[in-house]
Design a protein around this ligand. Structure first.
Ligand code: UN1
Length: 496
């Protein structure tokens, strides 16, 4: 299935075939590789090398650091098709989404290159004569990246492109489910490092490992920032452990993203928006639409239209002309079935959600997307299940819909479809959606890299990607300079 693909991406056969940790494709469950996992001691040695590299890299002028990221974008452009294909094979994304993920890598690199000339600080008016104040942003140290299977390469690239221009070194622990795309991405970055010429050895490193390797990274005081994407359960462990050593963490955890569908909405647009957001990536985006809060007057019509759209969705091999590929593994399938059973117990009416293509793929888990009409936001609705389940609930008053949007533990993404300006603005106001992302007439997923990405509450509070998210990767310094011949004290203090 991956004949020659990894070699084309610069990964030698031994690196992905000769290890002991088997790698399977969710397309048919077959084994596509076997990688070597690093021990705790290996991880610590690599962090040491990264720390050394950081000490040199922080002195390289930021625009020159940007040149490395520019070269990385160049290498990614050359290998977009091959890396996209590998994402499809290893993570099960359809071709368009595999390519889209690589495009996200390219986009963040371009963004970071521009940023390398714009790591601006402030100048601040001093209260003292003959003084000036300014704020300077300095490189932080080693950045540890923990990434999830569902965006196996883009989320690492968001972190790495910013971290490198900010003058940091990077160590990366990808999901154990997607080590091959990680090996390939690292090989492409190594190619950029080669073209760059004189970057310090060990500046960006890959750690393939299990939980123990992750813990070694989380607990190591040389890792200044741990940027972790994954479940809320994982974040609950990582956050306090990093905090206990006064390290920084940037957490991007679970979402439970809703759409409010108002009676004035353009329903053609809304149904298309629902389809991509709820069904795309087989419901395995952290931004996937999981709750549809629809006005009672249009609920039956909307349910009928979404059901009709779901019935036409082509499910199958993600490299062929399909819209929905497989779930990542059996555990994920089981989680979906358990959630549907619980939804029924809690009064839900389930449409779809059955296993598909079992005869053809006994070891892979394809499902039809599920639409579940719920009497309200019961326990199962408040929980993130990483699968294509869309819970539908009716509302009567706008304020009630807004309250439902916010009445879950997670706070990543949200949207409203309406043509009523008052509702749209209210949704985005201080008393509106409590999520990190609040869209109007756009679904919850598929955010552009230019905005800050992340969310509130159990989503963890971190912001990655665009806007000023780069600040999380630097340390801030306040400088006060006296160029006078006096030594006046602040606050008018006389100390003679
Ligand atoms: C994720 O699922 O972890 O907004 C990231 C989106 C993508 C990123 C998703 N740009 O859906």
């Amino acid at each position: 299935m991956i004949d020659g693909l990894l070699e084309r991406l610069g990964v030698p056969a031994a690196a992905y075939r000769d290890g002991t940790h088997p790698v399977h494709t969710p397309i048919d469950g077959s084994q596509i590789g076997a990688v070597t996992l690093q021990s705790k001691a290996d991880v610590q040695a690599r962090i040491g090398a990264a720390q050394e590299a950081f000490l040199a890299w922080r002195n390289v002028p930021a625009p020159r650091r940007g040149e490395l990221v520019r070269l990385f974008a160049e290498v990614l452009r050359e290998h977009k098709a091959a890396l996209g294909e590998l994402v499809s094979v290893e993570a099960g994304k359809i071709t368009q989404e595999g390519l889209g993920e690589v495009q996200e890598m390219i986009d963040i690199c371009d963004f970071a290159v521009g940023l390398s000339r714009q790591l601006y600080g402030l100048t601040i008016a001093s209260e003292r004569p003959g003084h000036h104040m300014r704020e300077t942003w300095h490189p932080l140290g080693v950045v540890g990246v923990i990434s999830a299977f569902n965006f196996p390469v883009a989320v690492w690239a968001w972190n790495t492109a910013l971290a490198l221009v900010c003058g940091n070194a990077v160590v990366w622990k990808p999901s154990e489910k997607t080590p091959l795309t990680a090996l390939a991405s690292q090989a492409l970055l190594d190619e950029a490092l080669k073209r760059f010429g004189d970057a310090p050895e060990g500046l960006a490193q890959l750690l393939l490992g299990d939980r123990e390797a992750g813990e070694a990274m989380v607990d190591d005081p040389r890792v200044a920032l741990v940027s972790a994407t994954g479940s809320t359960r994982m974040g609950r462990e990582v956050g306090p452990r990093v905090a206990a050593r006064f390290g920084r963490s940037l957490l991007e955890l679970g979402g439970n993203n809703a759409m409010i569908l108002a009676p004035s909405a353009d329903l053609d647009l809304a149904v298309r928006g629902i389809l991509f957001a709820a069904v795309g990536t087989a419901g395995q985006r952290c931004t996937t639409l999981r709750r549809l809060i629809v006005h009672r007057s249009i609920k039956d019509e909307v349910v009928a239209r979404v059901k009709a759209a779901y019935a036409k969705v082509r499910i199958g091999d993600p490299r062929e002309n399909n819209l929905v590929g497989p779930l990542i593994d059996q555990q994920s399938f089981q989680g979906m079935q358990d959630a549907l059973a619980r939804a029924r117990d809690e009064g839900g009416q389930v449409h779809g959600g059955e296993r598909q293509l079992q005869g053809q793929y006994p070891n892979a888990y394809y499902v039809s997307p599920a639409l579940v009409e719920m009497p309200g936001q019961t326990g199962v609705v408040r929980h993130e299940t990483f699968a294509p389940i869309l819970y539908v609930m009716a509302y009567d008053e706008f304020e009630q819909a807004l309250a439902m949007n916010n009445d879950v533990p997670q706070g990543l993404s949200s949207c409203i479809f309406t043509t009523d300006l008052r509702e749209a603005e209210r949704f985005q106001s201080a008393a509106g959606s409590d999520c990190g992302i609040a869209n109007v007439n756009i679904g919850t997923s598929g955010a552009e890299i230019g905005g800050a990405f992340g969310g509130e509450k159990e989503t963890g509070g971190g912001r990655e990607s665009g806007s000023d998210a780069w600040r999380a990767y630097m340390r801030r310094q306040t400088n006060t300079v006296n160029y006078s011949r006096e030594l006046p004290l602040a606050q008018g203090i006389v100390f003679d």
